[in-house]
Design a protein around this ligand. Structure first.
Ligand SMILES: [Zn+2]
Length: 142
């Protein structure tokens, strides 16, 4: 028996973070326009996968003098900030692949030009909150 019967496109935002879900598999509740997660551990699996896939800057140096460094080439990040849109393909549980697209503030590596997400705690909050807002807007619950 399939664990999902519908796919949704959802959008949410929090602070400087925008998120879009494309073709997210969900289960329709009796009655029609309310939805549940496709399976029980979907929420924690999603959070894990998002944090594993987003390219966060590396933190280097001793604890009292942490600095942001490029996760690709290890050069110290300058102060150049920008915004970038990042598409994360999601393969979770046994549901079909879907996409999560984030638009987030980034730091740009002065050496290799890679865009990476600042590890700042406020941004982490907004990343999670933007997904929560998208689910609320779509009447999607655990
Ligand atoms: Zn770099």
């Amino acid at each position: 028996m399939p664990q999902f019967d519908q796919t949704l496109n959802l959008m949410g935002a929090s602070g400087p973070v925008d998120v879009r879900f494309h073709r997210l598999p969900v289960r329709t509740e009796a009655g029609g326009n309310r939805y549940r997660y496709a399976y029980g551990e979907f929420g924690p699996d999603l959070i894990d996968a998002v944090y594993r896939q987003l390219p966060f800057v590396a933190r280097v140096g001793p604890p009292w003098k942490r600095r942001d460094a490029c996760g690709v080439c290890a050069v110290e990040m300058g102060g150049t900030s920008s915004r970038a849109t990042m598409t994360l393909p999601m393969r979770l549980g046994r549901i079909p692949e879907f996409e999560v697209v984030f638009t987030v503030p980034t730091l740009v590596c002065p050496s290799c030009g890679d865009h990476q997400v600042s590890g700042d705690r406020t941004l982490g909050f907004h990343i999670t909150e933007a997904m929560t807002q998208a689910f609320q807007a779509g009447n999607l619950k655990p």
